[in-house]
Design a protein around this ligand. Structure first.
Ligand code: GLN
Length: 193
């Protein structure tokens, strides 16, 4: 039985909890340092505001222990702001947060007008899925060990590198559980090795 920690400092974490609940996967909220004293099998970093989440992670002493676990191979799934926190480079922001994924992302990449939109597109290994973008970033480029998994209008919107998965969109707000199932398969793959 796997257990997934969901970073619950800010942003859209409840929707991820509901998704995992629908899939019969147990999860818990990470709000403070002692919440991660236990062992857990995967981590979800939700959407929200990357700058705020970054500050809170440091203030609550969660940043370094989580960074170590991610760097050590803990499966992680970052959506939107969560994806920004995983990127090694943010082209329009001087900050780098966990910096574990070989990709350059652009914050608020769709501008204000087109900040939020819905589309459907192919996701490698899954097929066509719904994608909801909310003041979303996109991935300008992947390099090294990162692989692009989905594109919308010529921009990469999902990527994977080993045990790390990132989406610019919010799969937790649509009906399809496919991307969460994909992540749970990643977690189970690690667990059974
Ligand atoms: N615009 C936010 C940021 O830059 C991300 C938006 C989201 O997570 N929905 O952090």
């Amino acid at each position: 039985m796997i257990n997934i920690g969901i970073l619950a400092l800010q942003g859209a974490f409840i929707e991820h909890e509901q998704m995992l609940h629908r899939l019969g996967v147990s999860s818990f909220e990470i709000r403070q340092r002692r919440d991660i004293d236990c062992a857990f099998d995967g981590l979800i970093i939700p959407g929200g505001e990357s700058t705020v989440m970054g500050k809170l992670l440091h203030r609550l002493d969660l940043f370094e222990p989580l960074r170590e676990r991610i760097a050590g191979g803990l499966p992680v799934f970052g959506t939107c702001a969560g994806m920004i926190l995983l990127a090694k480079e943010i082209s329009n922001d001087g900050n780098v947060y966990f910096g574990t994924m070989d990709m350059t992302v652009r914050r608020n990449a769709y501008g204000r007008q087109l900040g939020s939109f819905y589309t459907e597109a192919d996701f490698k290994g899954i097929g066509k899925i719904p994608m909801t973008f909310i003041r979303a970033p996109y991935i300008e480029r992947v390099y090294g060990d990162a692989e692009a998994l989905a594109e919308v209008d010529g921009h990469i919107v999902a990527a994977r590198q080993g045990n790390m998965l990132a989406t610019a969109f919010h799969p937790e707000v649509n009906d399809s559980t496919a991307v969460h199932e994909y992540f749970i398969d990643m977690v189970n793959g690690v667990k059974s090795v």
